[in-house]
Design a protein around this ligand. Structure first.
Ligand code: HEC
Length: 153
């Protein structure tokens, strides 16, 4: 077989993989909220309307005083420039642009993580020490914006 045919074959096979193959794996999609709370937590809704102002505040918090970008990256895809993967204990930060992950998590679950952290990982609780509840909802509007129309690994 000529090498170009081989390459075409490899590309064709790669493209036919389910899109999830480039996105979150099962370990990432597994709920982080304990089973005895998750039903209730999933009913929590972001009380803030999606306005330019709230979104802008969320972005400022993400990149500023709440330093989310040091671990989640300015582009939301994972590690920021400051952190080496080996230095974090437990699972690595999410790729917030992954639509499978975005669709799996409810706003309530994300809020719960900001309140309680994610046990056994580098994700610490941010409410109330660093974020007020209102600020947490603002930053979550911004986290959601990474999933809109973008699905890049
Ligand atoms: C010290 C590094 C670090 C910082 C700073 C950090 N995170 Fe995280 N975050 C992580 C890691 C690692 C995970 C993955 C934890 C896991 O697998 O459960 C995570 C998980 C999350 C999750 C839940 C993901 C899920 O699958 O349920 C959300 C939401 C989140 N972070 C938002 C934020 C926001 C917003 C900020 C800033 C206020 C922030 N993080 C700051 C490391 C960090």
């Amino acid at each position: 077989m000529c090498p170009c045919l081989l390459l075409a074959l490899i590309l064709a096979t790669t493209n036919s993989l389910p899109s999830g193959a480039l996105g979150a794996d099962d370990a990432v999609l597994k709920p982080r909220v304990p089973a005895d709370q998750i039903e209730q937590v999933r009913t929590w809704k972001n009380p803030l309307p999606l306005t330019q102002e709230s979104m802008e505040k969320g972005k400022q918090l993400f990149e500023g005083k709440a330093f989310c970008l040091t671990c989640h990256g300015r582009d939301g895809k994972g590690l920021g420039g400051d952190i080496e993967p080996g230095t974090l204990k437990g699972p690595l930060p999410r790729n917030f642009t992954d639509r499978d992950w975005q669709a799996t998590r409810t706003d309530g679950e994300l809020f719960w993580i900001l309140k309680n952290g994610s046990k056994g990982t580098a994700m610490a609780p941010f409410i109330p020490l660093i974020l007020t509840e209102e600020e947490a909802w603002q930053v979550l509007l911004y986290v959601r914006s990474f999933g809109q129309g973008r699905n890049t690994p």
